[in-house]
Design a protein around this ligand. Sequence first.
Ligand code: ADP
Length: 446
Amino acid sequence: MFKKVLIANRGEIALRVIRACKEMGISTVAVHSTADMDAMHVRMADESVCIGPPPSNKSYLSIPAIISACEVTGAEAIHPGYGFLSENSNFVDIINDHGIQFIGPTAEHIRIMGDKITAKETMKALKVPCVPGSDGSVNSLEVAMNVGQNIGYPLIVKATAGGGGRGMKVANNKDDLENAFLTARSEANSAFGNDEVYIERYLTNPRHIEIQVFGDGKGNAIHLGERDCSLQRRHQKVLEEAPGPSISAEVREYIGNICSKAVASINYAGAGTIEFLYENNEFYFIEMNTRLQVEHPVTEAIYGVDLVREQIRIASGFELSLNQNELHPNGHAIEARINAETLPNFIPNPGTVTMFHAPGGLGVRIDSNLYSGYQIPPHYDSLIGKLIVHGRDRKEAMERLKRSLDELIIDGIDTTTDLFHDLLKNKDIIDGNYNIHWLENWLLDK
Ligand code: ADP
């Protein structure tokens, strides 16, 4: 087992990884920018190294600075968290060349899944159901028109290098296609420096259902069921739950087994999430994330498994600590993402937190880097915490979420907590009756 791990991240996820390391008896090294001198992850780690000025590209994304921090402290492995360098295959190659282990899959697997066309081709070959669409990239309007004729409208033009919902355009009919094709291409070019696009049928009312998988790199893999992450604003998840209100035990087993077989057959190592759109009882693969997800705690709550511990075990050459027969979901979990933003327009609102009080009690977990007096720097993502509740069933989880939101105190800044108070009163939410468009429509009507 590793003796010392460096966490190449900040905020709540850096704390999350430090917690797992501590329980495993592993020493921790935090890295931080000058804006994060007083951050909680720096206080909680055994050692810390300042790696640069506030902008991420000069600190949290600086590969030389992170490697130097490993060398200075003697850290043997890096946990990347999510975001930043977590899905950067070059980073993995470079640290491996320096004899440092990456806590995650191989560079090759990150590369395959990071390109949406190769990801889709790989999944198709592994018998994972995919959205009907073009065969590979679409390089001209003429080809795009042919695809449109074959698969029908509406369709969506998507960037091969896409991420964060950018470089995607919907065409409702033939006349829209030229504009969608050209705009998606130019958006992709400016966002990712790569104008390659492909085309898929546009699903009109799907849910976003994702499957958590784990591989040991030696041909064994498990799945830990699904999360329903359909409540999104601008393709950003806002609230997630597990199990999915629309997924039965049979469906879970069906899609879960397809996913675990797929990752086992490519000798995938570590945590992964296979994302699907789910419409009319059919699953359609959209992408695979080769890292830990923000919403992983809902899975941890219902399966009682520490996913970060499993990631670290696998990276240091151990077997998975569980097999599929031991994994049974228990109860229901919901996560509310809390952002430092001003409603109703979700404008980032960093500032000084004058008072922070975390809720507690049975089935309540808060993963947050806040403390009273903390000054939230303006340079980073506005996520300041996740409130995760677990109950015996969905109703109990919702009551618990409401109660713990009432207990949560964050003074001095605006946050998105009121959004959840409102959502919990809504009949569709109470009934679990929503899809990927629900939240944006509801926000428009409010
Ligand atoms: P990104 O990597 O940019 O997040 P994804 O492929 O994961 O891109 O898609 C993000 C979101 O875009 C999905 O959750 C869904 O809301 C929408 N989307 C993507 N592909 C389709 C599709 N074929 N039909 C309908 N919506 C889609």
